[in-house]
Design a protein around this ligand. Structure first.
Ligand code: MOS
Length: 690
């Protein structure tokens, strides 16, 4: 563990916004005090494909307190209809079950909910397809994603001393932040005011301005606190558009829409299901000769979204012969979007399970197999690593977890009726680089530095950690920094997706701090001010930059019932410099919990007849809860990476989920001898294959 530092970066600082959160005074999107808000209720399709033939809203409109009904009959005008997920109510076509086909705007929640039931929506259903198949006749290659082929994979697999072929599958998974997607909108004098639960205030501003033909400066978005997003709040979804349409229908009046939990399963994006065939070939010593990863996923008809699961197989281990392919089946399903470690979460499940299968086939320890195939340079780009400490993480983890002396034989450890096993997996995640953000620094009358940037805190601790980075960049104590984030009135900032938050915003603050000192020196006056962005980092083109990690899990499985428990998990990470050990640990164990949940519980169950996910609440779609999580430990090795950015941070928002589901699956195999290749791992699969 890192030691407590007196410097701002590295300090074990409690959350600055903690008191506001625990006293309930932190204002989330729905909670901004506004006079006489109206309430938006979406009307939704109940067939997966077809068209709306008529909407009879007369009874709803006759209800006192119903202010407006929106439908495609009188389509709210949009300036840009190129994004079909967002171009709602522009046509009667239905693209998926649960699609927005209208809305009620009402004086109260009660009136709105009642009015929804009074609307008669006639739909003509067409034949739908919602089930992913690798032999779907309409498979397509995602735009901009090329197949990769190096050497001759088929020959290398044929000639390999040992090879494995395995097909893995992962289900639809849903982002389920505690705070649902929420918009509060007011349209007044051609200007739009939004309180939005979003990961990017400027992203919302720009998207909405384009859609409604407004100047960006006429759209003001505020999001001081956000109750989680896991990627789904990184882009605008249809409910935000619907809320703005509703606000325009009742000018001057604020309208509110918070998705219900079932609506979160269709209108907030999701992770596509995947089918992944991994083939590995190695020589007798375990050196990989071939790595091949073929991927199939579904994509919606409204918007293509590539879940790039093969990306990790392109860089994780070295092999002279390599192949990666990616195909998508367009189906009548809702639009996907980002979900924590997009692509890499399901991809690492397949690759890291396959490595375990290869280790078993070789009779080699799975850690040793990974060590022997640790590439000196990035196999994908040929660039040197800015730093790569996967092996150090594996070794540190083996030591802490107690790996030494582990029997390689599956089903060899028993404790009463419990079968016990352990598993390991590697992890890697490349933090995005998002240049172009700006920050303003100004000396306030009390002598503190106002630091203004349109960043946001999705719940991870940005209020605290960005204050620390700003203090370090300015060379002052954290108490000297008054951070302002979460508003488009602040300088432009990019979405923090892809673990880019601290790296991107922090680089921006370093650039602004340097510009401030250049302009005003070490002893500035009240009102001295500078707005600037990050300096270019030429190292970004010269190095492959990744956070690495090693995941360990122990499982216990009831030999009679197949009940699965995970008494402990350990993650050891190499994420560069850690800004705040308290918030970092929280991020990492949060990611690992996500992985545990992915391994054992989460599945959007698609009903082929209904044409929709039917497990659309938190009772049927279980997300790991406290009772599921026992001993969960995350730690990190000291790592100084001089290339990544001025802070030396590499991004830790997503690495916790990478490989963690594979570690659990590998432990399940070790405990039972049953290789479950289809997530989630449920008792029936453990028993059924026995
Ligand atoms: Mo993250 S899924 O890139 O917001």
């Amino acid at each position: 563990m890192s030691t407590i530092s007196t410097r701002p970066i590295g300090a074990d600082l409690p959350r600055i916004d903690g008191p506001q959160k625990v006293t309930g005074t932190a204002t989330y999107a729905y909670e901004h005090p506004l006079t006489e808000p109206a309430y938006v209720f979406p009307l939704l399709s109940t067939v997966a494909r077809g068209r709306v033939t008529s909407i009879d809203a007369r009874a709803a409109l006759a209800l006192p307190g119903v202010l407006a009904v929106l439908t495609h009959d009188d389509p709210p005008k949009l300036a840009d209809t190129s994004d079909a997920e967002l171009a709602i109510l522009q046509s009667p076509e239905i693209h998926f079950r649960g699609e927005v086909v209208g809305a009620i705007v009402a004086e109260s929640l009660e009136i709105g909910a009642h009015a929804v039931g009074l609307v008669r929506i006639e739909q003509q259903a067409a034949e739908h397809g919602v089930v992913l198949r690798a032999d779907d006749p309409d498979l397509l290659r995602p735009d901009g994603v090329e197949d990769a082929a190096t050497g001759d994979v088929e020959a290398a697999l044929r000639d390999a001393a040992t090879s494995i072929v395995a097909t893995y599958s992962t289900p639809i998974e849903h982002n389920n932040p505690l705070e649902p997607h929420t918009t509060v909108a007011r349209w007044q004098d051609g200007r739009l005011r939004l309180y939005e639960s979003t990961q990017s205030v400027h992203g919302v501003r720009d998207t909405i301005a384009d859609l409604f033909g407004l100047a960006p400066e006429d759209v003001h978005v505020t999001a001081p606190f956000v109750g989680g997003g896991f990627g789904s709040k990184g882009v605008v979804h249809a409910p935000t558009v619907l809320s703005v349409m509703a606000a325009r229908a009742v000018p001057g009046r604020p309208v509110k829409l918070a998705l219900s939990r079932p609506q979160m399963f269709t209108l907030a994006g999701h992770r596509a299901p995947t089918i992944q065939r991994v083939r590995l070939g190695a020589d007798a010593g375990g050196a990989l000769a071939a790595i091949s990863h073929d991927l199939w996923q579904h994509t919606s008809r409204v918007k293509q979204f590539a879940e790039q699961a093969t990306a990790i197989s392109r860089m994780m281990y070295a092999a002279p012969h390599r192949r990666a392919t990616h195909r998508m089946a367009p189906l009548d399903v809702p639009a996907q979007s980002w979900m924590r470690a997009p692509g890499i979460a399901p991809g690492s499940f397949a690759l890291e399970c396959a490595m375990d299968e290869l280790a078993v086939a070789l009779g080699l320890d799975p850690i040793e197999l990974r060590v022997r195939n640790d590439p000196p340079i990035d196999p994908d780009t040929g660039l040197p690593w800015s730093s790569r400490n996967l092996v150090a993480c594996l070794r540190e983890g083996a030591e802490r977890f107690g790996w030494a002396g582990r029997s390689p034989t599956p089903r060899s450890q028993r404790d009463g009726r419990w079968l016990v096993g352990t598993g390991v997996a590697g992890a890697a995640y490349a933090p995005e680089s998002t240049p172009g953000s700006q920050a303003q620094i100004e000396v306030l009358t009390d002598g503190r530095y106002a630091v203004r940037i349109g960043a946001m805190d999705v719940g991870t601790g940005t209020w605290t950690t960005l204050t620390q980075v700003a203090a370090e960049a300015l060379g002052v104590a954290v108490e000297q920094v008054a951070l302002e984030i979460g508003d488009t009135a602040l300088p432009y900032s990019h979405v923090p997706g892809g673990s880019a938050g601290i790296g991107s915003w922090g680089s921006t603050l370093y650039g602004a701090a340097r510009a401030f000192r250049d302009a005003h020196g070490a002893d500035p006056q009240v009102g001295d001010e500078v707005t600037a962005g990050a300096a270019d980092n030429p190292a970004e083109d010269a190095y492959a930059m990744y956070t690495f990690g090693a995941q360990f899990a122990e499982v216990r499985i009831d030999a009679d019932t197949g009940e699965i428990r995970v008494p402990r998990m350990l993650g050891v990470f190499a994420g560069g410099r850690i800004v705040n050990p308290r918030t970092a640990r929280s991020q990492l164990i949060g990611g690992m919990t996500f992985g545990l949940s992915m391994a054992l519980f989460e599945a959007g169950v698609m009903d082929a007849n209904v044409g929709a996910v039917v497990t659309d609440d938190l009772a049927d779609y279980h997300v790991a809860a406290h009772a599921d999580v026992r001993e969960l430990e995350a730690c990190w090795i000291d790592e100084a990476d001089p290339h990544v950015n001025p802070m030396g941070t590499k991004g830790i928002g997503e690495i916790g989920i990478v490989g963690s589901a594979a570690a659990v699956a590998n432990a399940v195999f070790h405990a039972t001898g049953v290789r479950v290749r289809d997530l989630p791992i449920t008792p029936d699969k453990v028993l059924g294959a026995d």
